[in-house]
Design a protein around this ligand. Structure first.
Ligand code: SF4
Length: 234
């Protein structure tokens, strides 16, 4: 394919991060959308597998730039032998690498998981801490990791913005923003408290299975009449 044809093909693809033409939802649309998400899936669950708070934290650290399915494939065997910080340190970085070598950036992640396990033992009595500051101070754990752990492990109404949440928030007009932090703060502002515990999962699942980056399934979308994305397919 020539350069011109390639450029034309690129131009024809939808723009996953294009905003909803500068428009945004009002309160009524936000409430309506989350009422529909709740009705369709009253108890949404995260898809990263874990057996306790520690393994949840490790799974989230491993999931950076990797799919949940890919992480689960590696961690099923890993968590059978190392489901506590002490066991993870005893396993050691080299053996940990063997378990997670199918995950992208596994060398750096193995280093971080061993370092964060040591820090949990030394500073937190081998427990996963409950505050954002303490979580973000752990090696390999950023704001997104803290948000996921606070939400799933401790039921806090936090909002982790991954690529799916970012895309859905911008496309629909729910919470447009230039970067994940802007979108996170906007989502926290516009989503009513009663939806916050599950909002993160609803948006991720919507982005993962319906509002896909390349070919969104707009005709099957339960919020298509509310969505303001100019490129939606009907
Ligand atoms: S209609 Fe639904 S699937 Fe299509 S862009 Fe909007 S939110 Fe995404």
């Amino acid at each position: 394919m020539g350069k011109k044809a390639t450029a034309k093909k690129r131009a024809a693809k939808p723009s996953p991060r294009k905003k909803a033409a500068g428009k945004r939802w009002g309160e009524a649309e936000v409430v309506e959308a989350f009422t529909r998400f709740r009705k369709a899936n009253p108890h949404p669950k995260g898809e990263l597998e874990s057996v306790n708070h520690f393994t949840l934290l490790v799974a989230v650290v491993l999931s950076a730039q990797a799919t949940d399915a890919g992480v689960n494939k590696a961690t099923r065997a890993l968590f059978q032998v190392a489901d506590t910080p002490e066991k993870m340190v005893a396993l050691g970085e080299e053996k940990l690498r063997d378990y997670i070598k199918t995950i992208g950036l596994y060398k750096g992640k193995a280093k971080n998981v061993i370092a964060l396990s040591k820090m949990l033992i030394e500073k937190h009595n081998a427990q996963v801490p409950k505050t954002r500051e303490e979580l973000q101070a752990l090696p390999g754990a950023g704001r997104k990791t803290a948000n996921v752990v606070l939400n799933i492990a401790f039921g806090e109404p936090t909002m982790a913005v991954d690529t799916h949440v970012f895309r859905v928030s911008n496309r629909t007009g729910l919470a447009p923003g230039k970067n994940p932090l802007e979108v996170e703060l906007e989502l926290m502002r516009v989503i009513p408290d009663r939806f916050m515990t599950h909002a993160h999962h609803w948006l991720i699942l919507h982005g993962r299975y319906t509002c896909l980056a390349r070919n969104p399934k707009c005709p099957a979308c339960i919020i298509s009449d509310l969505c303001l994305w100019p490129e939606k397919t009907l």
